[in-house]
Ligand binder design. Structure first.
Ligand code: F6R
Length: 638
């Protein structure tokens, strides 16, 4: 049955790393089999965030398993235009730093469209590019990523099946999606040179990779809908050797996962019932308790109806499950026995640690819950995992430098040394080129500004000074958008902090959408720390708290859980919404315009309010009480 919905073969992996390892192995197999035949192996390569872990694995295979690239010829899909070959964001440079500089490929065998060529010469350049691919014998294996709008290479929606290598205007959505690589959107080039759809379809074998929930809707369209130029990746349905390699979150919208009851036998666990009923209720725009037997039959849930007998029974079961997620007591309601309550009443008060990847995620994502936990008498600690220093603008830091210099002047303090640091910092900022990495001093000052804002928020909520922890995890401290991978230096201090506090509850940002973003690394650090403590605790009495420590996940500023996944929903009154808004306002360095803002131009307080109101409205649509806003959590069993 699965096949009847999917027109392209899809392999689902538990993580981007596992998926990338699989693709790397496919590449290694082709290279090695061609080596045995003494032939060249022609690879088509992509850039962007998706193939980074693939390239890391290829480099590892070269270093540790002697995979040679001497017989490999590469053609990259695309390049921004115009862009200097050496510019920080050029795909030319990306390929060198991520792959080519670390393997034994002959530089003559590397081909990347030239983003620095004169405009009059582009047509000729594109023609030559196609010819070079042909002369090399065609592409043996083409690696692709996919844009949120369905583009492959930079073939934006509307690109036809016969399109060839050419200059193309980037979609505004692509420029916004890629703005994170640039200091701001205006610096993203408007054009690009890309191989065409027909150039891609000529490859002998194609693998498209996609990670994260942001890609889930377009993966479904490309795989299950009819092929169309509006979703260029769907045109791959016309090739007979294509595989999509995706992680579980990118596969989430496929019918086999989203509505498994439509693709064959399905086990009707309580979770599955909740999911099916909630989906149907939203689709039919009817409250759960109003669904009828014929709704179940028409929506493809006749199986469930047969198993349970009557819509009324199923409706009630789903309704109670939804109702039991709502509580005003995020730390559990003391001295009460409420069956089905998401948290335990005891112990009371609880020790709580909120891990906040950036200095404002605590208030943006769970400000109402944060306040309630404190007001209800729990011992709340906040751990700010990274300094967040790259998200402070130069204008903002200059304002603080002016203050610091002025402060010294009016107070007459003799501060020769700090005066010099401040003066140097000011001079650097005046001369700073776009995208130049900040000096250590400026990064520290930017970090200090964000620390001040986080402290002020904690004061506003009522948190004691000694319960505020600034971790400044080293993986983040690169001064650029590109972060280092998680290391022992991140995990060890987190273990120490947890051991010191011995919390009953830990809150953490559970954003799995962007596999290379700060939030996922921050989550992995906490998870690894908790797991190690638990492992060590086995058989020891000293750490028994860990067996009683629950991990709750919130989503960062960008998304919310699907309503059927939510396990704890904390309602907020209109006054609490306002209080949270003012808490977010404290982060003045993050207002109006921040570097690397990404695809959403709303301010953080707007995103938070809209999201919390949407969650509350969804609960109301399903037929539950209508609150002004709600914050939502999912429990993670580690
Ligand atoms: C880049 C390319 C693009 C990307 C796509 C996804 O060479 O061909 O099609 O694959 O924009 O980008 P990421 O991987 O950054 O999500």
């Amino acid at each position: 049955m699965v096949d009847s919905y999917e027109k392209i073969s899809v392999k689902v992996f538990s993580s981007p790393v596992n998926g990338s390892d699989y693709v790397a192995q496919q590449i290694a197999n082709i290279i090695r089999s061609k080596q045995k035949l003494k032939q060249n192996c022609v690879l088509g390569l992509a850039t962007g965030s998706t193939p980074k872990s693939l390239y890391a694995e290829l480099v590892r295979l070269h270093r540790e398993e002697k995979l040679s690239f001497k017989n490999v010829i590469t053609f990259n899909l695309d390049e921004y235009y115009p862009i200097a070959n050496n510019a920080l964001q050029s795909y030319n440079r990306c390929m060198r730093t991520q792959l080519f500089d670390h393997i034994d490929i002959d530089p003559k065998n590397i081909h990347i469209p030239n983003g620095a060529i004169n405009k009059e010469k582009i047509k000729e350049h594109c023609g030559q590019y196609e010819k070079m691919i042909e002369d090399a014998g065609g592409i043996d294996l083409q690696i692709l990523g996919i844009g949120n709008n369905g583009h492959i290479g930079f073939n934006e929606p509307g690109s036809g099946i016969y399109s060839k290598t050419r200059l193309i205007t980037l979609d505004n959505s692509t420029r916004i999606a890629n703005a994170y690589e640039f200091a701001n959107i205006s610096q993203v080039p408007r054009l690009a040179i890309t191989m065409g759809i027909s150039s891609i379809l000529k490859s002998k074998k194609i693998i498209l990779m996609a990670w994260g929930s942001a890609k889930a809707p377009v993966i479904k369209k490309a795989v299950e809908d009819d092929d169309s130029e509006h979703v260029p990746a769907s045109l791959l349905q016309n090739h007979d050797d294509v595989t999509f390699v995706v992680d579980a979150t990118a596969a989430a919208e496929l019918t086999r996962n989203k509505s498994p009851w439509l693709t064959g036998d399905c086990e009707w666990t309580p979770k599955m019932i909740k999911r099916a009923v909630v989906n149907m209720s939203m689709k039919l725009r009817k409250p759960v308790l109003s669904l009828t037997n014929s709704d179940y039959n028409e929506y493809g849930l006749s199986d469930l109806l047969v198993e349970k007998g009557d819509a009324y029974e199923i409706n009630l079961e789903a309704y109670y499950m939804l109702r039991d997620t709502i509580t005003g007591w995020p730390g559990g309601k003391p001295n009460s026995v409420i069956p089905g309550h998401p948290e335990r009443p005891a112990p009371y008060p609880k020790k709580v640690v909120i891990f906040s990847p950036h200095p404002d995620d605590d208030i943006i994502s769970m400000g109402g819950t944060f306040q309630r936990l404190h007001d209800q008498g729990h011992d709340v600690h906040v751990a700010y995992q990274t300094s967040g220093n790259i998200a402070v603008t130069d204008e903002f830091v200059t304002r603080f430098l002016d203050f610091a210099v002025g402060f010294e002047e009016i107070t007459g303090i003799d501060t020769k040394k700090s005066g010099k640091i401040l003066e140097d910092a000011r001079k650097f900022l005046v001369r700073k080129k776009s995208n130049q990495v900040d000096t250590h001093a400026i990064r520290s000052i930017k970090g200090l500004i964000r620390r001040g804002e986080a402290r002020a928020t904690c004061r506003y909520v009522g948190i004691k000074e000694e319960n505020i922890h600034f971790q400044d995890l080293p993986f983040y401290e690169t001064g650029t958008i590109e972060k280092k991978p998680m290391s022992e230096k991140d995990i060890r201090p987190t273990i120490e902090l947890l051991r010191q506090i011995k919390p009953h509850q830990v809150f953490c940002a559970g954003d799995f959408a962007d596999p290379h973003g700060t939030h996922i690394v921050c989550f992995n650090v906490v998870l690894e720390a908790l797991k190690r403590i638990k492992k060590e605790a086995a058989g020891s009495l000293n750490y028994e708290w860990i067996n009683d420590c629950w991990l709750w996940l919130y989503k960062g500023a960008w998304q919310e859980w699907n309503i059927e996944e939510i396990e704890m929903a904390i309602p907020m009154s209109p006054d609490q919404v306002l209080k949270k808004r003012f808490g977010i306002f404290i982060h003045q360095s993050q207002k109006d315009m921040v570097p690397f803002q990404g695809s959403d131009s709303r301010e953080f307080w707007q995103r938070a309010e809209e999201r919390n109101a949407t969650t509350a409205n969804l609960y109301a649509d399903l037929g539950l009480t209508h609150y002004a806003a709600m914050e939502a959590f999912v429990r993670w069993h580690y």
